[in-house]
Design a binder for this molecule. Sequence first.
Ligand code: SAM
Ligand code: SF4
Length: 331
Amino acid sequence: MTARNPLIDGFGRRIDYVRLSVTDRCDLRCRYCMGENMVFAPRRALLTIDEMLVLGRALVARGVRRIRLTGGEPLVRRGVLDLVRGLDGLRGEGLEEVTLTTNGTQLGGMAESLFAGGVRRINVSLDSRDPARFAEITRGGDLAKVLAGIEAAREAGMAIKINMVPLAGINDDEIADMLVWCGAGGMDLSLIEAMPLGEIEDDRYARHLSLGVVKEALAARFTLIPTLYRTGGPARYFEVAETGRRLGFITPLTENFCAGCNRIRIAATGTVYGCLGHDQKVELREVLRSEGGAGIDAALDRLLAGKPLRHDFDIAAKAPAVARHMSVTGG
Ligand code: SAM
Ligand code: SF4
């Protein structure tokens, strides 16, 4: 289905992918993502599920084909299943896929309902398979719960990709094992470079690990075959001959893929960001509340006219590129 008025930015990039954060809250506190004492948006500031659906319909009318729900932790937002089902109803209007990025803690009880609601692919974040280390990274998370959630998703029939953020001296000794474990479980793995977003207590500079170096180390042990596979994101994928699964690298700091950017990011408050690494934004909540769907188009066009060419992440700067944490936009 071709949109009459597609979303095209000032550099001619076609936007057909949206990340929608359904809440900035989370039941974990990963050290590279959040500070210890996070202040979250007041609940009244969040878009309602119905408002998110109005927005979803407006985006699909402008040619958005994929929506990824994220957060914070999307599965702690009340009503998220209604949102999934409602968005799934937009398939007839051009939406191809609703996906989800989750920390997995709630999947045990929700995987079946998510599958029934139309979710076929999920990303689950897992930075360590050692219970004590997992608890340390997440400030108290229960690894067993996440592993049970992954199992439930597999049993429900979802394709699963594991997201891992390799951190120097924290979990870099687990990367190869994670690859083997994912392969044995029929899951793909993506490695994500930690990005400088929001103030945290940990030293991002000290934890920074170039994924180029990681790739070389993995290539010495596994046969990595380059592929043209894309999921609409910035990951570059290899097929791992030994496991038959894919390995993705998301390398915003060491390799820049902004030229092919196809996305915008919506915070749970209705703020829409043109770029993960910039503050350029428009506010949709009041537009939605006062004008309904009608005002959305003009606001989106304003956003796209100013969408930055690329992010300016610089790990050596030792200061966050933007003040907001990843949990606001969900990556
Ligand atoms: N809570 C869900 C989860 O953890 O999957 C969804 C939101 S989380 C912000 C989305 C992804 O961003 C996760 O894979 C997480 O590891 C990653 N992430 C969080 N902070 C990051 C940072 N500063 N740099 C790179 N990735 C980050
Ligand atoms: Fe929560 Fe995901 Fe951030 Fe971890 S990475 S604190 S699970 S939002």
